[in-house]
Structure formats: C-alpha cells, structure tokens
Design a binder for this molecule. Structure first.
Ligand SMILES: O=C(O)[C@@H](CO)OP(=O)(O)O
Ligand SMILES: [Mg+2]
Length: 403
C-alpha cells in the first residue's frame, strides 16, 4: 500500500447552493480519490459537528493534514480515520469539523481503491464480500415536507419502496415512475406542487391526503410494472416534538407519545408500510421499543436521529430493543471507520443497516458503494435530481460490475 502524498481541501457547492468541503487525496504511487461532505437540514441533536467550511478547512489543514501526509497508508482506512480522530481530539469532531473529516476519510478510501485497481465497493467490502446477496433496494423520496419544504406535509418523507423489483435498475426506474405518478395524481386533484430539497413533491396537502396520493401512485406503478411496490416514511419526529408540552405537533393537531405509538402502528397496518424511520423524538427509546415490539416483525423501524450512526447510542438501543434497524450516514459520525463499526454492531445484533444520503448533497457517489459493500437492504438516496441520480446511476453501474 502507498503513503498519502497530499491532501487538498476546497469549498464547493452542494445541492442547496451552500458551501461544503471537498477533499482530494493523492498517494505516493499516484492513486487519487476525491469526495465531498453532504449536509443535513433535519440534523439530529447528537450528530458530529459540521463547522462552517472555511473554518473546517483551515482547522483540517493545520491539525489533520500533517498527521496524514507521508505518515499514513491510504489503504489502511482505520489508520487514516484514527489520524483524523487524533487530530481533532474531541468526541464530536468539533475541532476539525465532521465535514472535512468525512470528506478526507472518503477520499482516502477512493485513493486506496484506485491504487488497488478495484472498485470502491470491493475495497470497502473486501474480496470475500458476499457477492450473491441481493442489491440494496433504493428508497425513493416522492412526497416530502417537514424541514425540507415549507407549507407541505408534516411527515418529512414518503418513500417509495419497490421491494419486488427483480434488479436494482428496475427498482431505480420504478421509483422514478412513482415520482411521476405522484405528479399525475396531484395534477388530477388540482394540487400544484413545488419540490423540496431532495426533489420530492412538496404539495400543500395534509398528511392524510398525502397517504392517499402515494398509495394511489404506488398502486398504479405496481400494476404497470407487475412487481410489488410498497412505501415507507421518514417521520423525522424530533422536529415535531414539543418538549415543553410533551406532545408531537402536527400543525394544530397534537399527539401524546402513547397516541403517537398507536398512530404509527395504525399507519403500518393500514398502508402495509415497508419502512418507518424516526417515528419518535431522538430521546424516546421507550416509544421506539414499544413500536418495535408491536410491528417489528413486519416492517423496519429505523433509527436515524435516534442513533446518529453512533455505536454508543446504538448499544443503548440494542439493550432496550428500541429499533430493528439503523440509518447509516457517514457525516453524522465523521469517518468511514465509525460508520463501519456501527454497521458491524448492528449486524452482530440482528439489526439491519440502511445507508442514506443527506438533504444537502453533491455528485459524490460514495454511499452507493458503501451500501453495496455492507449488504444494506435499503439505500435512501432520493429519486430525481442530479445529486440523487448520481448515486442511483452509480448503483446501476455497480450492479453490472458486481455480477
Ligand atoms: O432525515 C433524514 O433522513 C435526512 C435525509 O433524508 O434529512 P437531513 O439530511 O436533512 O437530516
Ligand atoms: Mg431521517
């Protein structure tokens, strides 16, 4: 393996038009990797810290780059990430910024794959990765609101889940078809809709109507394509939680924690939901456990803001039976090593690990490789829009390469 020769950092645009950090890593033998940090809007309270990009870059140049250049082998991902942690010295990357950390971590992995002459998913997943496992099914955001769009649904994301698709490519196109069908159904109802941060329709309708619209759209596509298309949700309920009054607020409506458990259970049953992410506040381990107990045998109950890709929070969740899956977002924790540790802990305890984009994204495709490398059952990476299709199209290419 070859030593890191240089690390360059720059500000580039993300899909919301905000600045984010991009890293280039070059090795002594000429291996090259480039990666950019994504950015959340409905960020969890316990996520690693994203610093303003200029600040993060200056700090990384001062503290992290000298520990990497000429010191660490690009292919030793654990060493790369340990150097980033040592350079930062905090638990939450508040010194260097999780944005520079994750960009460098991912760029180093790509430089290593380049040196080895193998695709990134193979470098990350290893030679003995089980190539026979099914490919991740893309969860496609087709209707959304919450923190991703104003004057739209309270539930943040309605996610098409083409679970019966015979191939990843057919699943990707199925989600695009559901997105188009939602547009048609909204049109037929006379609802004009803009799009939110992730390219989902952001119609000015209430959640009850959104369920009708998405059900109608998935039914149409299911009939048309002839395989099962279900749907799921990211409730992002931490954004709805009113800690003072201890209720979940849906505009003028409110639900107590017990009512929220009953409500989500009813939704799972009525709509046969394949996936439910963050149906409760990020500290509500008990509600998560109650719901998982009731519906965990028929749907994935996934912790995003609950776990923030953090092994300590996941350990508590496992002890309390708080979910049967974890969302994996490398920038929530800062390095690929931390993300892999969370995946491995989840797998050892029978939980699924679902890989995800952020609402602010770039053309970076690392998460497509990460999802394949870790045999994720689902990858949540949007449906339309260049920064979303970058990952979806990469998945299609990987599927060709991996057979
Ligand atoms: O809540 C989420 O799961 C994500 C991605 O869909 O949103 P954000 O990146 O804004 O946290
Ligand atoms: Mg979420």
């Amino acid at each position: 393996m070859t030593l890191i020769e240089s690390v360059s950092l720059r500000r580039v645009l993300d899909s919301r038009g905000n600045a984010t950090v991009e890293a280039d890593v070059l090795t002594e033998s000429g291996g090259f990797g480039r990666a950019a940090a994504p950015s959340g809007a409905s960020t969890g309270e316990y996520e690693a810290i994203e610093l303003p990009p200029r600040e993060s870059i200056a700090s990384a140049r001062q503290h992290a780059v000298p520990r990497l250049v000429g010191e660490v082998y690009a292919g030793n991902q654990r060493d790369v990430d340990a150097a980033l942690r040592a350079a930062d010295g905090t638990d939450d990357f508040s010194e260097v910024g999780a944005n520079s950390a994750v960009a460098i971590s991912m760029a180093a992995s790509k430089a290593a794959a380049d040196v080895l002459g193998v695709p990134l998913f193979q470098h990350l997943g290893g030679t003995f990765r089980d190539a026979t496992h099914a490919f991740p099914t893309p969860l496609g955001n087709v209707v959304g609101g919450g923190e991703h769009a104003k004057e739209a649904t309270h539930i943040q994301e309605f996610l098409s889940a083409p679970v019966g698709a015979p191939s990843v490519s057919e699943a990707v196109f199925a989600n695009a078809a559901v997105h188009a069908a939602v547009g048609d159904v909204l049109d037929e109802r006379g609802v004009a809709a803009a799009k939110g941060d992730e390219g989902a329709w952001a119609p000015p309708i209430d959640d009850a109507e959104a369920f009708e619209v998405v059900e109608e759209a998935t039914d149409r596509v299911e009939d048309d394509l002839g395989f099962e298309v279900r749907f799921g949700l990211d409730v992002a309920a931490a954004e709805l939680w009113d800690a003072d009054d201890e209720v979940y607020r849906y505009g003028d409506d409110e639900r107590t924690p017990d009512e929220q458990v009953d409500y989500v259970e009813e939704l799972v049953t009525e709509y046969d939901l394949a996936y439910v992410e963050d149906p409760f506040d990020e500290d509500a381990y008990d509600s998560f456990a109650e719901l998982t107990d009731r519906v965990g045998d028929r749907t994935l109950v996934c912790g995003d803001d609950l776990f923030v890709t953090n092994v300590e929070r996941l350990e508590r969740g496992i002890e309390e039976g708080a979910a049967n899956s974890i969302l994996i977002k490398p920038n929530q924790i800062g390095t690929l090593t931390d993300a892999f540790d969370a995946v491995e802990l989840a797998h050892r305890n029978g939980l699924d690990a679902v890989v995800s984009h952020r609402s602010g994204e770039t053309e970076d495709t690392t998460i497509a490789h990460l999802a394949v490398a870790t045999a994720a059952p689902f990858i949540k990476t949007g449906t339309v829009g260049g920064e979303r299709t970058a990952k979806l199209n990469e998945l299609i290419r990987i599927a060709e390469e991996a057979v």
